[in-house]
Design a protein around this ligand. Structure first.
Ligand SMILES: O=C(O)CCC(=O)C(=O)O
Length: 303
């Protein structure tokens, strides 16, 4: 199939794209709730494929385990599950995630001509009200992607069911992607699971105060088949799962076509690395290639 055929939308799919006003609203708020992009059958298949994955089924496994890979295994027990590179390890899940409409929505929001996969994490919050690992502290994703040149990366949060506050849905701090940042240090490049929650809460409050901004927390109430998008500088987090059901989702992290690897130094001179750096092919000048089609396939390209 040629590239232009692969990235074509039907008339019906075109009606699912964000309008100009919605693209403007995303630029102001840093988040967007989509229309219904996946059918109920596709969402049900995500549940079934994720259960097969948890039972050990893999289409392939990573050639090596990078140093900071999130990779739940049954031996870790009833904590929140995170599994990175799900688009690489499960073809059944990748097939659904890579529906062109998802990339086309991202391209509109990021005002980009091309969107590639950056990362995808399968997430499962067990239905245990007091499970501490279920709480996702306030953070923004750009901190983890300092080896990237782009300030316009974005994430689709894709629940596998209706998702609301009871299930611990993702919650955005409205407009926070436009704040000027203070207090960023080497620790911010570490994943929230390796950070102190009170430290992260304090950072949110201090940054809001510095920007004379109110912290307006907006829980994403997401019907089945819909998804939310957030900008890579939008503060977000999520609460406990106090429902009797697991909260199942994928965080689908996306990069605009112009994103590339850059050397980013910490204060002690160390260079920040991302898990891709030991997996992807090299560019002609020897840098990790964040356009390697094996790990970072193109999701959408404007004709
Ligand atoms: O699982 C959540 O509630 C938050 C996920 C997240 O941090 C993200 O999608 O970037």
């Amino acid at each position: 199939m040629s590239v232009t055929q692969a990235f074509r939308l039907s008339e019906e799919e075109r009606s699912l794209l964000p309008t100009d006003d919605e693209v403007e609203a995303y630029a102001r708020s840093g988040w967007y709730l989509t229309r219904k992009l996946f059918t109920d059958e596709e969402v049900d298949e995500l549940v079934a494929a994720s259960e097969r994955f948890y039972a050990g089924e893999r289409s392939r496994t990573l050639p090596e385990r990078p140093p900071r890979l999130a990779y739940w295994e049954p031996s870790k027990g009833a904590v929140q599950r995170h599994n990175d590179y799900i688009h690489y390890e499960s073809d059944d899940i990748a097939r659904i995630l890579r529906k062109p409409i998802v990339g086309a929505v991202a391209a509109r929001l990021a005002r980009a001509d091309e969107i590639r996969v950056f990362q995808s994490t399968l997430i499962y919050k067990p239905p245990i009200a007091g499970e501490p690992s279920n709480v996702v502290p306030w953070h923004f994703d750009r901190h983890y992607w300092q080896s990237c040149t782009s300030d316009d990366m974005l994430t689709a949060f894709i629940p596998f069911h209706d998702c609301d506050v009871e299930l611990g849905t993702i919650t955005m701090v409205d407009g926070s992607h436009r704040w000027e940042e203070i207090g960023a240090d080497d620790t911010t490049t570490r994943h929230f699971a390796d950070r102190d929650n009170t430290d992260l809460d304090r950072m949110l409050t201090e940054n809001a105060t510095h920007n004379h901004a109110e912290v307006r927390k907006v829980p994403m109430i997401i019907p089945k088949g819909h998804m939310s998008f957030h900008h890579c500088r939008t503060y977000h987090g999520s609460g406990p799962n106090v429902s009797p059901r697991p909260r199942r989702a994928i965080s689908f992290h996306l990069q605009p076509g112009d994103n590339e690897y850059r050397r980013y130094h910490l204060s002690d001179g160390d260079v920040v690395t991302y898990n891709h750096d030991v997996l992807v092919r090299r560019t002609a000048d020897g840098r990790p290639d964040y356009a390697d089609p094996e790990f970072c396939p193109v999701l959408w390209r404007n004709a």
